[in-house]
Design a protein. Structure first.
Length: 600
């Protein structure tokens, strides 16, 4: 970067270009949403057959292409804004130096050096101290030496010239560094010259996001940073204080942070998390494909099989130890992809039989994974239900938990006329992996309790209009987490429904931070988990929600086993739905046991 180039440069032009890319990003987002929530919905509901199925599939691909455009243009916009910000800072230094030089009658040369005229008091020889030319110094040690030398010069113009030259050199250095930093980053954001957005493209987008973030720290630091470990109210206040430009910048480079900020509007969190999901899917699929390419699938071997009773012999192909190890690793890599596909399938089901738009309120593929999926917008819902799954819940197994809340939404929606409903699957904690090895430990519940309380508070903070009637639904170990959350803080719920609970860390319904009479419980025939909880704590008995002394409303349950409480067309599901829509008085309850039943 030379002096003439920096003098002529107009940083605002790059900011204006950033505005253009941001507008393109917004346009792509709008088109994506229209395709997903209007065009594809209408086609799924009105057309049937192979041609319609193919068309809907192609619409899905088109929608994902627009999502890619939205994300990439958002990154380009942020990169240009950061470049403009850094060049503007350098340009201000140059302009200051030029103004100071002009005011002092100094001459700035094309190479950035500064010439100063003779001046100062005449010496013993009767001569005025000579003028001269100085070059700018940016090294701190050299600059200090230069200033000292100028101070010793009887010509006062020397020090002024040195200060101007140093400031010019600093401006040129900073401008050069900004140019050298952002030029390759912007080039890297150029998409491949084809019509396909692949998993590899999304994996590259994740790398692009990291790259832009590393370069844009100075720009991001120029406006308010999000509160560290902020409450939902603090998060909402921070977001509300940003300009649209600043929001777009944070969304572009911090989607993983924005997506988990309780208190922010559901559409904002959904937009951020869908980007994180797309990037994570690209990385995971690319890793799986790369591994399969490097590790070909081992072949079965032929072995003779003998029937011990008949002596019959035949040759069969059986897996080897190498094949079993290969398949185990493939399933491990495939597992999170199964969960991501389940989330995408729920997106794609929007509009089917009236199913509302889905909102991804939290997502992470790290560890066992996290996901929060809402059916309907909780910010505007009259009734909201939040479901907490239990042991073995993880990203790869999320489909069943999503389906349960879809069933609750359908059942609840059938019980209201004009009121709106949102049902949410909350996998926002590290659930135990094993009933035997992990579920007996309570730290999973207490570790996840703060995040659950923050989420519930966030729903209240972001809700528009009057408060929503909110129900917590918990299953298995999820009930333990909900109990721990109520035991250690405010739950912010109107009703609680437990299903298959092994215990909730408190001994009575009156300790659960909801109004009296608003704790509900279901225990199905053949569900052994409540008994494990009741008798698994030292053998002396432990009060659980299924016990009459606990004080919960014991709902009639017509399902069997531990996992069918949300089975479609069952009374167990219907009664949960009645509680969700505030009609708990219509739920039939079990009669309390007769204490004299076994007395002759």
């Amino acid at each position: 970067m030379d002096l003439a180039t920096l003098k002529a440069l107009k940083p605002t032009q790059y900011s204006e270009a950033a505005d253009g890319y941001r507008s393109t990003s917004d346009m792509a987002s709008t088109v994506k949403d229209r395709i997903e929530n209007q065009t594809a919905v209408a086609m799924r509901n009105q057309l049937k057959g192979k041609a319609a199925t193919t068309a809907v599939t192609q619409l899905g691909e088109l929608s994902r292409n627009f999502h890619y455009i939205q994300t990439q243009c958002g990154l380009v916009s942020t990169a240009l804004e950061a470049f403009s910000y850094e060049m503007e800072a350098a340009k201000r230094k140059l302009d200051t130096a030029l103004e100071n030089a002009k005011a002092a009658n100094l001459t700035v040369n094309p190479d950035g050096s500064v010439t100063y005229p003779p001046g100062g008091q005449k010496g013993e020889d009767g001569k005025t101290p000579d003028g001269g030319t100085v070059s700018g110094l940016t090294d701190s040690t050299a600059s200090a030496v230069g200033r000292q030398a100028a101070n010793f010069d009887p010509n006062p113009h020397h020090r002024l010239a040195q200060d101007c030259a140093d400031l010019i050199a600093t401006a040129l250095k900073e401008a050069t560094e900004a140019d050298e930093k952002w030029a390759p980053k912007l080039r890297a954001l150029k998409a491949d010259d084809d019509l396909t957005v692949s998993d590899a493209d999304w994996a590259d987008t994740k790398e692009d996001t990291t790259s832009v973030l590393k370069g844009a720290n100075g720009y991001l630091d120029s406006f308010s940073e999000p509160p560290r470990n902020g409450t939902p109210e603090e998060n909402a206040k921070w977001w509300g204080g940003l300009t649209e430009e600043q929001r777009a910048a944070y969304m572009a480079v911090h989607p993983d942070t924005i997506g988990w900020m309780d208190g922010l509007p559901a559409p904002v969190r959904d937009e951020a998390n869908r980007t994180v999901l797309a990037e994570a899917h690209g990385v995971a699929q690319t890793e799986l494909d790369s591994w399969i390419a490097k590790e070909p699938k081992p072949a079965y071997v032929e072995r003779e099989i003998i029937n011990a009773q008949t002596g019959e012999r035949w040759i069969a192909k059986v897996p080897t130890d190498d094949w079993l190890a290969w398949e185990s690793r493939r399933k491990e890599l495939q597992h999170p992809l199964d969960g991501m596909q389940a989330i995408q399938d729920r997106f794609d089901a929007t509009g089917t039989k009236g199913l509302p738009e889905a909102y991804l309120l939290g997502f992470s593929a790290d560890g066992d994974g996290r996901a929060i999926i809402a059916n309907g917008n909780p910010d505007t819902a009259d009734h909201t239900a939040v479901y907490v799954p239990g042991t073995t819940a993880d990203l790869g197994n999320i489909k069943g938990d999503i389906d349960r809340m879809v069933n609750v939404w359908k059942a609840a929606e059938s019980k209201v006329d004009t009121e709106s409903i949102s049902t949410i699957t909350w996998l926002g904690y590290d659930a135990p992996d094993s009933v035997a090895k992990d579920a007996p430990f309570e730290h999973y519940a207490y570790d996840g309790a703060p995040a659950f309380r923050n989420f519930m508070n966030g729903l209240d903070t972001s809700h528009a209009g009057g408060p929503s009637h909110t129900t917590v639904i918990a299953h298995s170990y999820g009930t333990t987490l909900v109990g721990a959350a109520a035991q250690t803080g405010r739950l912010n719920a109107d009703d609680i429904i437990f299903a298959g609970s092994p215990g909730v860390k408190v001994s009575g319904a009156d300790e659960l931070d909801v109004p009296k009479g608003h704790v509900w419980n279901q225990e199905a025939d053949g569900d052994v988990v409540p008994d494990i909880g009741r008798w698994g704590h030292g053998g002396d008995g432990f009060i659980i929600p299924s016990d009459p002394s606990f004080g919960a409303n014991q709902m009639i349950t017509d399902t069997e086993g531990h996992s069918d409480y949300w089975k479609a067309k069952k009374e167990s599901l219907l009664y949960q739905a009645l509680v969700v829509v505030g009609k708990g008085d219509d739920v039939p309850l079990k009669s309390p046991p007769n204490p004299w039943e076994h007395v002759k």
